[in-house]
Design a protein around this ligand. Structure first.
Ligand SMILES: *[C@@H]1O[C@H](CO)[C@@H](O)[C@H](O)[C@H]1NC(C)=O
Ligand SMILES: *[C@@H]1O[C@H](CO)[C@@H](O)[C@H](O)[C@H]1NC(C)=O
Ligand SMILES: *[C@@H]1O[C@H](CO)[C@@H](O)[C@H](O)[C@H]1NC(C)=O
Ligand SMILES: *[C@@H]1O[C@H](CO)[C@@H](O)[C@H](O)[C@H]1NC(C)=O
Length: 512
């Protein structure tokens, strides 16, 4: 029969379709990772493994190791060869596929010379066709830092301050203080800084009474490695040293500088002492990194904060009298704030604190007039280049303050402030206004609107001709100026609306 083969063929096709639809993936599998995190020290090689279950060869599969995005893997393998293409940044040349026992379904990723940034979760994904399974592996990176240093400050009013410092830790370690009886002492403050090498510097402060006749230890402990580093000092000995009975005198008044000028921070020892064998450091809130470190007649550059590199010089002519000056070139807004200068020797230091106030007087404000969609009018006053954040004030013809509709401050990348303030004009008595921008110190820049009487006179003459028809059509201004109820508007050219500033007049907006 002619139609018999056709009938049986479509029957076969139907059964095939049936099989495809109902039978699950023939090669179901799962993947397991190690039960515990893989602990590896910085600089050593890490080996991450994953196991395919049931055990069988992975030769025909695609296996990819990735961190967050499977499409940019640390490494990927397909049919026994590395898949070239997008590789996650930082692993080129360091990630290695190890063939160990791929026949048994065990795959391994070797990361050479582990860095702090390698710390965290990894995924291994096994894929066959469009069926895949994956497992996660936690890589725990650890680094044991340097032996701590204990610096003793004092004695001062509040007692003796001990600062324990150490660097090269990962992750952030725990810091303990102990006395002779191994009793824990409470830290006054803890601080850590992430260095450019990805490792942590730690700084921990302890305050004790000046009559503590004991040895005190600082212990820094890495949890992953279960290892600690320790330093111990005998406090009474330290308090016998020369510096313990000296003082450091700094500037008594805040140092005021304009952006771009030089800052000079002078400190001297009292009584006068030769400081040639001392370490002198200028710092901000913490011991490290420093603004500048002067030791053995030279600058210790590796301890310097990035923001001060290439901008500092020490004047040490009077070092024999213990008098040194740090000059910071080209003052920036970020230089504003408190500084300390520390004179140190044999683990004991004394310090003086000082304030630097940086300021910048910005541009003369510019006032522009704008017509809003609802017909209202607003004046916009803008200026930039201020530091610190300036005060903004509108004033009327009579010199009285007028509340602004909104004020917005924006800090530029160099830290200088841009300011913009809006005034809604509802009443012609505010047409002659001043926008004033000032610093607390008294420096002020102001602009008046309209700019000059001749200009305004010109506008008054031009207005009825140029603007009136339009103004009437859209009912722009609800301002009564002249007896005949004429409506005014000026300077139509530069008008634009700014939705971002709109709102209820009572609603003062402030952006930082
Ligand atoms: C400790 O402090 C007390 C009170 O502040 C003071 O009288 C004493 O001289 C100080 N001792 C030392 C060793 O500085
Ligand atoms: C320290 O040196 C600076 C400049 O070198 C000088 O102006 C200042 O008077 C000196 N201070 C003392 C206390 O000698
Ligand atoms: C605007 O006010 C200033 C004083 O604040 C005054 O000298 C000037 O004449 C006024 N101009 C107009 C057009 O009212
Ligand atoms: C116009 O503004 C001035 C000052 O803000 C105010 O004293 C006066 O009452 C206002 N007049 C009207 C009609 O709103």
């Amino acid at each position: 029969m002619a139609d018999c083969p056709g009938y049986s063929l479509s029957g076969v096709a139907a059964s095939l379709l049936f099989i495809l639809l109902t039978v699950k993936h023939p090669d179901e599998f799962r993947v397991v990772g190690p039960a515990h995190p893989v602990l590896t020290r910085v600089g050593e090689d890490a080996l991450l493994t994953c196991q395919l279950l049931p055990k069988r060869t992975t030769a025909h599969m695609e296996v990819r190791w990735y961190r967050s995005d499977p499409n940019t893997p640390v490494i990927a393998h397909r049919d026994g060869a590395e898949v070239s293409g997008l590789q996650m940044e930082g692993y080129r040349g360091r990630a290695e596929w190890t063939e160990d026992s791929t026949d048994e379904g065990s795959v391994a990723l070797k990361i050479r010379q582990v860095q702090p940034g390698d710390d965290g979760q990894y995924w291994c994904r096994f894929q066959e066709g469009d069926y895949w399974r994956e497992a996660s592996v936690l890589l725990q990176v650890a680094a044991l830092g340097s032996s701590p240093n204990i610096h003793v400050k004092g004695p001062g009013d509040g007692g003796v301050q001990l600062v324990c410092t150490s660097q090269g830790w990962f992750p952030v370690p725990e810091v303990y203080w102990e006395d002779t009886r191994e009793e824990k002492l409470l830290s006054f403050s803890e601080n850590h800084v992430l260095g450019e090498d990805g490792l942590f510097y730690v700084e921990d402060t302890l305050v004790v009474r000046n009559d503590t006749s004991e040895t005190i230890s600082c212990l820094i402990y890495n949890h992953g490695l279960k290892e600690a580093k320790e330093a111990t000092i005998a406090l009474p000995e330290k308090l016998q040293t020369e510096l313990a009975s000296s003082r450091v005198i700094g500037p008594s008044q805040p140092i005021l500088v304009q952006v771009g000028e030089n800052i000079e921070l002078t400190c001297h020892l009292s009584p006068r002492t030769d400081a040639q064998s001392m370490e002198v450091r200028w710092v901000r809130s913490h011991y490290y990194p420093a603004v500048h470190v002067y030791v053995d007649g030279a600058h210790s550059a590796e301890e310097q904060m990035v923001g001060y590199r290439g901008r500092t010089v020490v004047m040490s002519d009077a070092i024999h009298e213990g008098n040194l000056t740090l000059r910071i070139h080209d003052a920036r807004p970020s230089d504003d704030g408190q500084y300390r200068c520390l004179f140190g020797k044999d683990g004991v230091y004394q310090e003086a604190r000082m304030d630097v106030q940086v300021m910048a007087v910005g541009s003369t404000p510019r006032i522009t007039q704008e017509v809003l969609k609802d017909g209202g009018v607003q004046l916009r006053c803008a200026s930039d280049g201020w530091f610190p954040r300036p005060h903004v004030q509108w004033r009327g013809r009579d010199g009285k303050a007028i509340p602004s509709f909104s004020e917005a401050f924006h800090q530029e990348s160099e830290g200088l402030f841009q300011v913009e303030t809006l005034l809604l004009v509802t009443n012609n008595s505010v047409v002659n206004v001043t926008c004033s921008i000032s610093l607390t110190g008294g420096e002020e820049k102001a602009a008046r609107f309209p700019l000059s009487d001749s200009k305004i006179a010109l506008l008054w003459m031009a207005l009825p001709v140029l603007v009136l028809p339009l103004a009437m059509a859209v009912d722009l201004l609800k301002v009564k100026r002249r007896p005949k109820d004429q409506k005014h508007h000026s300077n139509q050219q530069n008008l634009k609306n700014d939705e971002s500033h709109r709102g209820l007049p009572s609603d003062k907006k402030l952006w930082l």
